[in-house]
Design a protein around this ligand. Structure first.
Ligand code: SAM
Length: 248
């Protein structure tokens, strides 16, 4: 039966493509790409000649109906993004929703993803974590989002841009304090892969020492909030204040 396959591609190291990804990309009738020129290079590297079409954020909803039409004609389609797993801070969500609603099978392939790759080497708690994608780019929006996350107990994973990372860490210090443990994973699977973990203020100082430390693609991870034993919630504080008034 005609199927939509979700196919992850490497996040830097081409050897990370899976055997199954290559087979699917070769056998489908059509590959839907975030950027046909970008994916074209990857496909030609692996000698795959399958036809490509563009599906990106701006035309995804309309293109979904077109894809469903193809599936109805019996054609199978693979969705790829520029790098890593489609739908993870990449297009594909609307397409998958509509294809499932139309009753066609969606088959996901496991493969490269910067978030989980980074987490596995961070040394931060990995039993529970929260993928936060990109923070809002602007100062106020970013501070507000971080404020909401200040007491989040799970490890948080952010995608970050080299242009903003220093400002983001400064905001984290403001909202979560200078001692919050952070880990920055940069250029994963590539030649200059570095994974550096330090308390927030230390990490900021360390990054400012050398421009090379903020170059390239990066994942920023934040240790979850640790509830202090001596920290009381709002209602308890109110109750204690009321009780204190009654004391002689
Ligand atoms: N779909 C992709 C995935 O599965 O990871 C993510 C796409 S998102 C548009 C791109 C962001 O992912 C980059 O800005 C960076 O934060 C992160 N990223 C991608 N490749 C990376 C790498 N090799 N090392 C570190 N971060 C990476």
């Amino acid at each position: 039966t005609a199927t939509l396959y979700i196919v992850p591609t490497p996040i830097g190291n081409l050897a990370d493509i899976t055997q199954r990804a290559l087979t699917v990309l070769e056998q489908v009738d059509l590959i839907a790409c975030e950027d046909t020129r970008h994916s074209g290079k990857l496909l030609s590297h692996f000698g795959i000649g399958t036809k490509t079409v563009a599906i990106h954020d701006h035309n995804e909803r309309q293109r979904a109906q077109w894809v469903i039409g193809r599936l109805e004609q019996g054609q199978s389609i693979a969705l790829v993004s520029d790098a890593g797993t489609p739908l993870i801070s990449d297009p594909g969500y609307h397409l998958v929703t509509q294809v499932r609603e139309a009753g066609h099978p969606v088959v996901p392939l496991p493969g490269p993803c910067a978030a989980t790759t980074a987490l596995c080497a961070a040394g931060l708690p990995s039993d529970r974590f929260s993928f936060e994608g990109f923070l809002p780019a602007k100062g106020k929006g970013r501070l507000d989002r971080l404020g909401v996350l200040a007491r989040e107990p799970r490890t948080m994973i952010f995608y970050e841009s080299p242009r903003r990372v220093l400002d983001t860490i400064a905001d984290i210090i403001e909202v979560m304090g200078p001692d919050r443990p952070l880990v920055l994973a940069r250029e994963l699977t590539k030649t200059f892969e570095t994974i550096e973990g330090r308390p927030a203020a230390d990490l900021l100082a360390w990054l400012k020492e050398d421009d090379n430390r903020t170059r390239g693609e990066m994942v920023l991870m934040v240790h979850g909030h640790k509830a202090q034993e001596d920290e009381l919630d709002g209602q308890t504080v109110k109750t204690l204040k009321l009780l204190a008034k009654e004391l002689p």
